[in-house]
Ligand binder design. Structure first.
Ligand code: HEM
Length: 143
């Protein structure tokens, strides 16, 4: 693993407990009488999804770091691939949490569009990594 990938993996592992803290906050909202969390199903669904996507995308980011250094891609493209899942782990949860901050909101506000930005970045990142790995496999198969 390159120095860049190792340093980012270390940073992501240090950041991961913030997702756990978010989960603990949701748990206390669920358990606290009068929190109002359960009274707004759309908000609860999106906040649960925000927590879930942050955690799952961070774990995906760690998986991608395992492969990116072997992919036949330029230096700049590898940098983009390394950052794609961490960026999605910021944009998608931000969309879900910030678009329904008010307990009485019945429709998400404009922040919800950040989810599409995060999804587009992640899709581009995983497809690019996949293409880079297939190129490496073809080259080593030909050798
Ligand atoms: C990195 C670690 C974690 C990951 C990857 C993770 C992932 C997830 C996922 C995927 C869901 C959605 C489950 C579903 O809807 O079927 C979820 C929900 C939830 N998680 Fe976590 N979780 C993590 C840590 C924690 C921790 C430490 C706590 C509490 C101490 C926690 C509390 C919750 C709660 C309460 C929900 C449900 C929220 C609701 O229904 O509104 N999570 N988590």
């Amino acid at each position: 693993m390159t120095k860049e990938s190792r340093a980012l993996a270390g940073t992501l592992l240090i950041v991961l407990p913030t997702v756990m803290l978010g989960g603990a906050s949701l748990l206390s909202l669920l358990l606290t009488d009068g929190s109002g969390y359960m009274l707004n199903p759309l908000r609860q669904n999106l906040w649960r999804a925000g927590h879930a996507h942050a955690g799952v995308y961070l774990v995906l980011a760690l998986v991608m770091l395992r492969y990116v250094d072997e992919a036949e891609l330029s230096r700049g493209t590898k940098r983009f691939v390394r950052l794609a899942a961490p960026l999605a782990a910021i944009f998608v949860p931000a969309a879900f949490f910030l678009s329904l901050l008010s307990p009485t909101a019945t429709r998400p506000n404009g922040f919800i569009y950040l989810a599409y930005v995060g999804a587009a970045i992640l899709a581009a990142g995983v497809i690019t990594l996949g293409v880079g790995l297939i190129r490496t496999a073809r080259r080593s198969g030909a050798a």
